[in-house]
Design a protein around this ligand. Sequence first.
Ligand code: PRP
Length: 203
Amino acid sequence: MVDHPLAASRLTALRDARSDNGAFRAALHELTTMLVYEAARAFPPETYPIETPVGPTTGTRIANPPLLVPVLRAGLGMTDAALALLPESQMGFVGLARDEETYEPRAYLESLPRDLTGLPVLVLDPMLATGGSLEHCCRLLVERGCTDITVLCVLAAPEGVARLEASGLPLRLVTASIDEGLNDKMFIVPGLGDAGDRQFGGM
Ligand code: PRP
């Protein structure tokens, strides 16, 4: 859980129905910076020699930068902030749309390296509702040999957290909120609506 006053204020802007598309995208960008910052605490560093203008010293960098995988569409709004903090990272893409009758994800894009053995992955998706979309995405990663997944979400429903826990997938979740639950349309309550629509407009 990322619990910080600056994160809480951006989360408020995301929840507020009066925030227009531009304000929503700006708040998502800024909150993603904070989520990546917290998630990266667990990334093992390595040292290497550098020279300052005064003399030699030891520098530090992330030993194995993660592959960034936004879940389209809504995860696209998290990519610029993540790439800014992790400029060495490569990217893959997964496109999923949740069927609004069955609530199961329908995959329409899968652009990932064939072999993810030894490569940590940072999955970007603002919302974890039923958990179907993120479980599907993480299974794609594990099928390619990934054993180290960090999922970044702005907010999550307890039902989705429970589904990911029960999946047994090798992942950890970093989020700014675990909300009350899901309504009968499987929307997170109080939530923020649909993060894709609020960034890019309705389909
Ligand atoms: C939303 C959201 C997640 C998913 C969460 O995407 O961005 O990917 O739903 O729901 P779940 O946990 O119940 O699977 P959506 O399918 O609306 O697509 P979009 O990003 O294109 O708006």
